[in-house]
Design a protein around this ligand. Structure first.
Ligand code: ADP
Ligand code: MG
Length: 679
């Protein structure tokens, strides 16, 4: 590990270096931080007659004879013995070198799991090590490293041992933090993990609970937090227009609402308002469960920008959602004299041209889909960018919208709640505001699980519901393999339900409808002119029809948990008791059963997300893959949440109080990857 500059490359042949690069090993430092998956105990010997114990053991034997047998298939078979008994060693594939090792009379240490074979005690493919009588046993456990094709475990062991021998390993954690957190030293921890003594607590090592592991995991989390924190600070160095309200537009909007803001909304508005007034760009994530009321918070942020003489852009991932926002924002704001424009990809060209011109010229708020980020859309004075359902957009798309202005402030919104630890890892360079309170008067949605065989009962339930003047959604199964098939299913379901519910108005909305047709269906449903809306997942986000209080989802087992939660959030928006019926087709696999149980038992999106994370692991979690932040290798976001929290606190302090240590720490852990993270 060098003191500074570029990290020292691995001392190995070009061919080997290429292979190592495939598993992320580029430098000597990378080797040092490549930690064992597990250990093998070669520090002691087991007598042959006690080898059969269900675990890998080491024997010390002398070869009696060996031969290559051709039947039933070609194999190398040896017979070997110690004072206590004899054992067969069997190889179905082998090298001449192994054959040579098994020459009669050779003294060997063999490592492997013994079994009771057809011809008595045997080991298949044991590891062989030639020794002389009296050779000492190793005093440390043997590390087993994650490797890759073409790199022998022994090669990796040697490379890492050599790197370790010459390494200085200075500690990069400030002393007081180390004492306070009661973590062992870095060098000691690292050396221990690569070569634990024979009497080490192997279970604690394997489970990564050992203090040495705690230290390494902490350091890894610290590097991640330092990097994110630094990006956050760097952003503060950039200038942005301070948006201070010049009139009472916001107050007038609040006064015109039929409801008062919840405490959480008021806090969010204040927090965002404070950010907007700063001379550097806000980058804030507004998180809130489905129905928490994020739109009005965003609208009030837009009011502040507009009142300050700047434009705001509001981008949503789907046309339906963008349009809903447009209609709602226009209803709220036009009455107050705000010019609201609308922009999507499907606008007829002339209308589109006008809208584009308006966006560039004098609209104060522009609402739209990703059409907003296309070329040819020019904003005159873009001060605030709002992105709804931000996890549905890629990094590049969010960046493109930001580039439409000169460092505009950014407000991102997400209804997919992200557990705190995950948020800390993926969004630590964002400021996060959580709407942790639902507007009053919401009735919790009753969830039922019903087998597909009882579909007729569900239809009866819908009939009764509609008879009471309510409306219902019927969501068709997700068919990932084929959009055509999904469409066909939706059409069939529509025909079937129309027949099952005579006299009821059954509508159909799916992704393939032309924009104006889709718009017409959604408008009719919102106006109460449709009783039952058959839909594909196009209604997943944002649709807001308070009189709809029944949600039926077919083949619920095919949906993701957050998707089910979002869909269920479409109901329970009015004063009526709302229900969500999840129809599942059996037999359910274990995971499907557990997922449905989670959604059945929980109404809180954060809790659902937490359990989902537990079930799936963070890698698959929303947006994670796009975030550009590499996953932690050693620390586990769930299990090591406390460590990540501590790392976050230390990172904040370290950047100002110990910048040199922070620098060294980042170099050690992120090396060249640090650059990647900044982009
Ligand atoms: P989401 O957070 O899912 O985007 P919305 O902004 O769509 O939620 O709000 C859901 C519904 O709740 C809308 O009909 C909205 O007008 C209403 N709403 C928002 N805030 C309040 C409030 N403080 N009191 C009552 N209703 C509210
Ligand atoms: Mg919303």
């Amino acid at each position: 590990m060098t003191a500074g500059g570029t990290p020292a490359p691995i001392r190995a042949s070009e061919a080997l270096r290429k292979k190592l690069a495939k598993i992320g090993l580029h430098s000597e430092t990378d080797l040092l931080l490549h930690l064992p998956l597990r250990y093998e105990d070669e520090t002691r010997l087991t007598p042959v007659d006690r080898a059969l114990c269900g675990a890998a053991v080491q024997l010390e034997v002398t070869v009696l004879y060996s031969e290559v047998q051709l039947r039933p298939r070609r194999q190398l078979v040896a017979r070997a013995a110690d004072a206590s008994g004899e054992i067969t060693l069997r190889f179905f594939s082998f090298y001449p070198s192994q054959q040579a090792l098994l020459a009669e009379g050779t003294r060997l240490r063999v490592f492997g799991e013994a079994r009771d074979g057809f011809f008595g005690l045997e080991m298949v493919h044991p590891r062989l090590r030639k020794i002389a009588a009296g050779d000492p046993l190793p005093t440390a456990l043997t590390p087993v490293y994650p490797s890759t094709a073409g790199v022998a475990e022994a090669t990796l062991q040697k490379l890492i041992a050599a790197a370790l021998a010459g390494a200085e390993l200075p500690d990069t954690l400030p002393d007081e933090a180390r004492r306070q957190l009661q973590l062992p030293g870095f060098a000691r921890s690292l050396r221990f993990l690569h070569a634990p003594p024979a009497d080490a607590d192997v279970d604690a090592l394997q489970a990564r609970h050992h203090p040495a592991w705690q230290r390494i995991k902490f350091d890894e989390a610290l590097a991640q937090q330092l990097s994110l924190r630094r990006a956050w600070l760097a952003r503060r160095q950039q200038g942005a227009p301070p948006l201070r309200a010049q009139d009472d537009l916001g107050e007038r909007l609040v006064a015109s609402l039929p409801f008062g803001l919840t405490g959480a909304q008021a806090r969010a508005v204040a927090e965002i308002g404070g950010d907007l007034a700063q001379p550097y760009p806000m980058q804030r994530l507004l998180q809130g469960d489905v129905g928490a009321g994020k739109t009005i918070v965003a609208a009030l942020a837009a009011c502040q920008a507009i009142s300050a003489g700047w434009q705001a852009a509001f981008m949503a991932p789907t046309e339906i959602l963008a349009e809903q926002h447009y209609l709602k924002l226009r209803a709220w704001l036009e009455a107050l004299g705000v010019r609201v424009a609308w922009l999507t990809g499907s606008l007829k060209s002339k209308a589109k041209r006008e809208q584009l011109a308006a966006a560039a010229a004098d609209a104060q708020l522009v609402v739209g889909t990703h059409a907003l980020i296309q070329e040819g859309v020019d904003f005159a004075r873009l001060g605030l960018v709002i992105v709804d359902e931000q996890h549905r957009f890629g990094v590049a798309q969010r960046l493109a919208l930001r580039k439409k202005g000169d460092n505009p402030h950014q407000l991102m919104m997400s209804a997919t709640p992200i557990p705190r630890t995950l948020a800390m890892s993926y969004y630590a360079d964002l400021d996060v505001t959580v709407l942790d309170e639902l507007p009053p008067g919401r009735t919790p949605v009753k969830t039922r699980l019903i087998a597909a065989s009882r579909r007729a009962d569900v239809v009866g339930f819908v009939e009764k519901h509609v008879g009471e003047g309510r409306q219902a959604y019927w969501v068709c199964p997700l068919i990932e393999e084929s959009e055509a098939l999904q469409l066909q299913t939706a059409e069939e379901t529509h025909a079937q339900l129309s027949a099952d519910l005579p006299g009821r108005r059954v509508g159909l909305a799916h992704g393939r409808l032309k924009a104006d047709a889709k718009q017409a269906v959604m408008a009719a449903f919102a106006a109460g002119d449709i009783d039952v809306l058959v839909a594909t997942t196009v209604i997943e986000v944002g649709v807001d029809v308070p009189n709809a209080s029944l949600m039926v989802i077919e083949h619920a087992e095919r949906f993701g948990l957050s998707q089910l939660h979002q869909l269920r959030g479409r109901v329970g928006r009015g004063a009526y008791q709302s229900s969500c019926v999840l129809i599942y087709a059996g037999p359910l696999g274990e995971v499907a059963r557990r997922r449905l149980k989670i959604i059945f038992e929980n109404n809180d999106g954060f809790e659902i997300a937490r359990q989902d994370l537990h079930l799936r692991g963070p890698g698959e979690f929303v947006g994670a893959r796009q975030s550009g932040v590499p996953l932690l290798r050693y620390a586990d976001l769930e299990e090591d949440a406390a460590l990540v929290e501590q790392a976050r606190a230390v990172a904040e302090d370290m950047l100002t109080a110990h910048p040199a240590l922070a620098e060294a720490h980042l170099r050690r852990w992120l090396g060249a990857r640090e650059e990647l993270l900044k982009s």
